[in-house]
Design a binder for this molecule. Structure first.
Ligand SMILES: Nc1ncnc2c1ncn2[C@@H]1O[C@H](COP(=O)(O)OP(=O)(O)OP(=O)(O)O)[C@@H](O)[C@H]1O
Length: 268
């Protein structure tokens, strides 16, 4: 399971030998793995393992010290965040990054911005073509809101919604970018049990109905085991395992590094 990396030639994402160093600290150390199209791939590991650093490299926020990340035919590592987004890589954040005072609909329309011709948000809808474009995008946004179960919340300011519903709005906003790859950073953090199950169902629906590949960083192991087709495990910046949830769960190195760490914490 932890044998050296073999490119399969058809992955939407090929990560090869990615290393990230910050002034003397190696946050990622030669990490390689592949995300197969239309799958949910989880990246897990104890605190400080390098998961967020990896997401930041993928979305263009950090530059890798060395290595390559190919999305289809495109090398992502040298691109700034807006260019990565333009290729169809959308991201949600650990902490909700929405405009709390704006209604759900407006937040979702902002997610559409990169797909517009001249930016209807800034053009103020003065021109007829801008109005037509706005209507077309609004229709699609309403479809997406319906898909994620937000159709009756479109006029509500985001800040007034329960936390679990706000996380749903964030996912919907990412979908409004019509991504090919969705990066979900701890999508159920801070949620109660019912909200977690709802979010798990929604993530499965996104994969099955929309065929979008999903890369997931998540601490909730139950969630990872339920959702992921494949799991990559990091520890101190190194890949220590890569396989199906069952394979990874049974891997002694993973038990020691990750599950062992949480068992220690429970004992404390
Ligand atoms: N901008 C930065 N400058 C310096 N060190 C950093 C920076 N970002 C991350 N690190 C360090 O890199 C290592 C990996 O951190 P990272 O946040 O990627 O881990 P993580 O697996 O996401 O952890 P957590 O589960 O706690 O979010 C840590 O030692 C962290 O302190």
């Amino acid at each position: 399971m932890t044998t050296s990396y073999q490119p399969d030639g058809m992955s939407p994402l090929d990560v090869r030998d990615v290393t990230v160093r910050f002034a003397g600290l190696t946050a990622l150390d030669g990490v390689s793995f592949a995300v197969a199209p239309g799958t949910v791939h989880a990246v897990i590991g104890p605190n400080g393992a390098g998961k967020s650093t990896f997401f930041n490299v993928l979305s263009g926020v950090y530059q890798a010290t060395s290595g390559s990340v190919r999305f289809g035919d495109t090398e992502l590592t040298a691109l700034p965040p807006h260019r990565v987004a333009a290729l169809g890589v959308a991201r949600t954040f650990q902490n909700i990054a929405l405009s709390r005072h704006l209604p759900v609909l407006d937040n979702l329309m902002l997610g559409r911005h990169r797909l517009t011709r001249a930016g209807f948000v800034s053009s103020g809808l003065r021109l007829p073509w801008a109005r037509r474009e706005w209507s077309r995008h609004r229709e699609r946004v309403i479809e997406i809101a319906d898909f994620v179960g937000l159709a009756d919340r479109l006029a509500t300011p985001v800040g007034l919604l329960p936390y679990g519903v706000q996380k749903r709005v964030e996912l919907a906003r990412a979908l409004c970018m019509e991504p090919r790859l969705l990066l979900l950073d701890e999508p159920v953090a801070g949620m109660n049990g019912g909200e977690r199950l709802d979010m798990a169902e929604l993530i499965i629906a996104v994969r099955e109905s929309l065929g979008i590949s999903i890369l997931l960083v998540e601490h909730d192991m139950g969630m990872v085991m339920r959702l992921a087709d494949r799991v990559t495990v990091l520890d101190f910046g190194r890949r220590i395992a890569d396989g199906t949830p069952e394979e990874v769960q049974a891997d002694p190195q993973v038990i020691r590094a990750y599950l062992g760490a949480s068992a220690d914490q429970e004992d404390m």
